[in-house]
Ligand binder design. Structure first.
Ligand code: SF4
Ligand code: SF4
Length: 377
């Protein structure tokens, strides 16, 4: 048995997608040639349970394009695992929301990438999808589902975050903000945030959390928005960044059964194996398959993190972002702490940082925020 507990599997149940988002890391569109059939997918559900998995997030491509979505989701719940769904919110029928409600999902997350229809549709690549996704959100809210909105920020939409916060206020919608990476084929690197913009997104989320109660606007920064800032509170629901959990409490599953340390680390060099050949339990419980994620030293990292005083706690930020920008894991280029250090250099700069760190008061709304994001609404 491994000492690692498999808390969450993020599962791309199909690569097929009806949209064509610029930032899509897996360049979804057509389904994979060798996607799991229904019986193989149901076997994966049991396999996850055997591996001790606590929760499963179904996504795509677009997960609702799989006709057997309902069988897979129902099996996950029958086996006692938590269920979340991540969707573009454009594929639904009238009876859909009550059916979804009966599965008691922990979260139904819909991607919205702009305050303006034109921006959202430019990023998502299909005209007419903005109204559809909002229709989905409103139906889901009416059915009493725990709805989240996920926004992926790039240069194309950073200017609309404030307006989006006004649109999402007082709607019982949990808002997750993340930043775009350039792994996908459709995303041009010129749209990537620079470090200043990245820091600005952090300041904005921190400000929202200080200004509005989590009941009015529950908002978090995703895994890629951190770490160990001298000035800003941690933007997650944890209070403190626990380090990248890829291969430590999280796995990703491709629609052909490939097992990755995280679905965002879409790189065959890091695949642990394929669930059709080796059970997930066998893969998970053997540290050998997860060397780079479970057995690493500070010396293994790169120039961005190797001299950091917080490396032991932080473990080098988000492995996906790090890989995308520097070709190495545990070498995150986007990091609040390093940006602050860069801007406050010299004796007095460092003193200022130390004082700021001491003065940081923490975020009092954390328990409420955590409940909201874990579906207790
Ligand atoms: S420099 Fe690296 S290890 Fe240090 S806080 Fe930033 S991401 Fe984490
Ligand atoms: S690679 Fe990034 S997104 Fe994946 S588990 Fe690590 S921090 Fe999270």
């Amino acid at each position: 048995m491994s000492k690692y507990l498999l808390e969450c599997a993020v599962w791309e149940i199909t690569l097929k997608c009806n949209l064509s988002c610029l930032h899509c890391g897996s360049s979804a569109g057509e389904k994979r040639k060798t996607e799991l059939d229904t019986s193989q997918a149901l076997k994966i559900c049991s396999d996850l349970k055997d591996a001790g998995c606590l929760s499963v997030a179904l996504m795509g491509g677009e997960p609702f394009l799989r006709a057997d979505f309902w069988d897979i989701a129902a099996r996950i719940r029958e086996l006692g695992m938590d269920l979340s769904v991540i969707t573009n919110g454009t594929i639904f029928k009238e009876d859909f929301f009550e059916k979804l409600k009966s599965l008691s999902p922990r979260a139904v997350a819909v991607s919205i990438d702009g305050a303006k229809k034109e921006t959202h549709e430019r990023i998502r690549g299909v005209n007419g999808c903005y109204e559809k996704s909002w229709k989905f959100i409103n139906f889901a809210l009416r059915a009493g589902l725990p709805v989240s909105v996920i926004t992926t920020v790039s240069k194309l939409n950073i200017g609309e975050l404030k307006e989006m916060s006004e649109q999402l206020m007082d709607k019982k919608i949990a808002w997750q903000i993340q930043t775009a990476g350039s792994e996908g084929e459709r995303f041009s690197k010129e749209y990537l945030l620079d470090r200043e913009e990245f820091y600005g997104v952090g300041v904005f989320i921190d400000w929202l959390r200080k200004t509005y109660s989590p009941y009015r606007l529950p908002v978090i920064g995703a895994h890629d928005l951190g770490y160990y800032s001298f000035f800003l509170n941690d933007l997650s629901i944890y209070g403190q960044w626990p380090g990248c959990q890829a291969g430590r409490s999280v796995i990703g599953i491709r629609s052909n059964g490939d097992i990755l340390p995280c679905l965002s680390i879409n790189d065959d060099r890091f695949a642990a194996g394929n669930a059709l050949k080796t059970s997930i339990s066998e893969l998970w419980n053997n540290d050998r398959f997860w060397e780079a994620f479970r057995n690493f030293k500070k010396n293994d990292t790169g120039e961005n993190c190797s001299s950091c005083d917080k490396f032991e706690e932080c473990m080098g930020g988000c492995c996906e972002m790090s890989l995308m920008k520097t070709g190495k894991i545990r070498n995150d280029f986007y990091c609040f702490r390093s940006i602050e250090k860069e801007n406050f250099s010299g004796f007095f700069g460092r003193l200022r940082l130390k004082l700021a760190e001491k003065k940081k008061s923490g975020f009092s709304g954390l328990p409420a925020l955590r409940d909201i994001f874990l579906g207790k609404r």
